[in-house]
Ligand binder design. Structure first.
Ligand code: ADP
Ligand code: MG
Length: 576
């Protein structure tokens, strides 16, 4: 293997040459503290920057053995190292002499969630940190001395100062790892206690602004306190017992006046499927891992979903036991979102009136009288919610400020008042008894269980102009071959890097797991088994990348369900 000195000499010798000569440096270099891997060199100064990795043995970083003692801890440690490295890179990356991306140094810095990422991988034998570099140029000429300075001088300094763990930093790392482990432990206690979510006392749920992920600190931010009647004490292996709100299985309503914090609580529960970094305020807000946020999403594509439990025959005698649409309505999209989430294993559904279709949620007495059932295809959610819980074990948490009809069917009613949570289940029962709604339950049939849907892999074509083209345009949009997949309805996607991984996973599914026999869920489970065994690098084996983060199975399935070209296999089609 060549070393740092020889890389420096090579770069110096390139001074003034045409940019593509940089390609010659692809390879591995011994830097002493680490091995520098240069995976890919950009074609010109404006192209996507060059991809590199630093490979260490954990001992050289002073990483304590506990930091990678389990695969889950290794993920937390990798996350912490990435944040450290990101901070260091941000400090130097301001100075950029040269053209295009010259001088850029960047790593895939995480948001408040701690996710498995491809940029940093920690095992007992090695730690790899991947990042990108804009190799410096003046016009299209190589600035070889600048490059040597950046890669051979600055980079090793940055790595040594940010990644080698000092004794003070060890304490921080420990807090990071233990916080995540505690959250995982809290989440693991939910099922045995028949809870779907837990919100620890002292949690700070609101964010600084609608576009910030930073907590709104006290005194403006009001810390959460559980009402005594629903308080539970769960155990954290490191930080000890914690009191908080246990949200039971069944139907829970979150009621209260406008602007009193209902949606903020729901949003925290929606993101409680992820672990948060210390100081986020939502470290002790945990939700069952399979919880799915559901909303109306008019305009979405739906492919052969049995929404018959919610929507009967539509105008024009359109049957709904295998409903397809290129432009679903608010109510049909919300129905499809629920059925699809249940098909993928969701056991908690979280919905906010702000983003739900009113006619899907409720049909009151007056509407029942005015519009005869024969002319209303919708069976509103209120008439299915308990059946879905009792027969399928799927609980619901609904934010509702506008419709009291749900008081009849709720198991638990929480009220938000000036950002304080109260248990008003008892009063709600009294109100329901004192003011009967007079509405009729409109269910005539049992909620149908759909047949597992089997995607046709031939309908998932990632090619455009003869080449595979899969790209995440933004957190909420993937371009897949010639198709655009709109993910703006998926509120549990938290990072562009997850979206990138979903794009690649869909392509992987089409080539590996979907064979015209396996159902959507079976194929996804297979894919996640492979990811679990081999990590995110299976998605780009020849071409290691540092900008992927692990999405949940539910979001990956949801993305496939939104692919406009998707078709299913049918029994009458040849499955060979
Ligand atoms: P609702 O859904 O009840 O109308 P929101 O959850 O949207 O209310 O909250 C309204 C506003 O109050 C938002 O700006 C939100 O950031 C803020 N907020 C929510 N919870 C808290 C809290 N615990 N402390 C301080 N401000 C909060
Ligand atoms: Mg709201």
């Amino acid at each position: 293997m060549e070393d740092r000195e020889s890389l420096r000499r090579r770069l110096w010798a390139m001074e003034g040459r045409a940019y593509p000569a940089y390609k010659e440096i692809v390879g591995r270099y011994d830097f002493g503290l680490f091995t520098l891997k240069i995976y890919h060199v950009q074609g010109d100064p404006f192209a996507a920057p060059s991809r590199m990795g630093l490979v260490f043995v954990p001992q050289k970083l002073n990483l304590p053995v506990w930091a990678y003692a389990t695969p889950k801890r290794a993920v937390s440690t990798a996350d912490w190292l990435t944040r450290q490295f990101g901070l260091a890179l941000r400090r130097v990356s301001q100075r950029r002499p040269g053209t295009g991306k010259s001088g850029l140094l960047a790593v895939d810095v995480p948001g408040p969630e701690v996710l498995a990422r491809s940029c940093c991988q920690v095992t007992a034998s090695q730690v790899e940190m991947r990042f990108v570099v804009g190799l410096p140029a003046a016009g299209r000429r190589i600035l070889g001395r600048e490059a040597a300075n950046l890669v051979c001088e600055q980079l090793p300094e940055l790595a040594a100062s940010s990644l080698v763990v000092s004794p003070e930093a060890t304490a921080q790392l420990r807090t990071h790892v233990e916080t995540v482990e505690d959250a995982q432990a809290l989440r693991a206690q939910l099922a045995a206690r028949h809870l779907v979510a837990f919100v620890g006392d002292g949690s700070i749920l609101p964010r600084k602004s609608g576009v910030s992920s930073q907590p709104l600190q006290p005194p403006q931010g009001v810390a959460f306190t559980a009402p005594a009647s629903l308080a539970q004490t769960l155990q954290r292996p490191h930080a000890g017992p914690i009191r908080g709100l246990g949200i039971p299985e069944g139907l829970t309503l979150i009621v209260g006046g406008g602007f009193h914090g209902k949606s903020t609580l729901l949003k925290a529960l929606i993101l409680g499927v992820y672990n948060h970094l210390p100081g986020d305020g939502r470290e002790w807000v945990v939700t069952r891992p399979q919880a799915a946020a559901i909303r109306a999403e008019d305009g979405r594509r739906v492919c052969e979903v049995n929404i018959g439990g919610f929507i009967g025959a539509l105008p024009g005698d359109r049957e709904t036991d295998s409903f397809s649409s290129d432009n679903a309505s608010g109510s049909t999209s919300q129905a499809a979102n629920i059925v699809e989430a249940m098909e993928l294993g969701a056991d908690v559904l979280l919905m906010d009136e702000d983003t739900s279709a009113t006619n899907f949620m409720i049909r009151d007495k007056r509407m029942q009288s005015l519009v005869a059932k024969e002319h209303e295809p919708i069976t509103p959610y209120i008439d299915r919610v308990q059946e879905i819980y009792k027969r399928f074990g799927v609980s619901s948490i609904l934010v509702l400020g506008g419709s009291g009809d749900y008081l009849d069917v709720a198991d638990t009613v929480l009220a938000m008042e000036n950002y304080q949570c109260r248990d008003v289940t008892h009063q709600a029962r009294q109100v329901a008894a004192a003011f009967p709604t007079g509405r009729r339950i409109e269910v005539k049939t049992v909620f149908p269980t759909g047949v597992p849907r089997v995607p046709n892999p031939g309908s998932m074509d990632a090619s455009r102009g003869g080449r595979t083209k899969v790209r995440a345009r933004d957190t909420d949009e993937i371009s897949f071959g010639t198709e655009e997949i709109d993910l703006s309805g998926l509120s549990q996607l938290v990072s562009l890097s997850q979206t990138r991984a979903i794009g690649m996973l869909l392509h992987w599914l089409a080539g590996h797991a979907l064979d015209g026999h396996h159902s959507l869920r079976e194929a996804l489970e297979l894919a996640y088994h492979v990811l679990d065994q081999h990590g995110l690098d299976v998605l780009s084996p020849e071409n290691p990348v540092g900008d992927l983060a692990l999405p949940r199975l539910l979001e990956t399935g949801a993305a496939l369900n939104r692919l406009r070209s998707l078709r299913l296999m049918h029994n009458f089609e040849n499955r060979n």
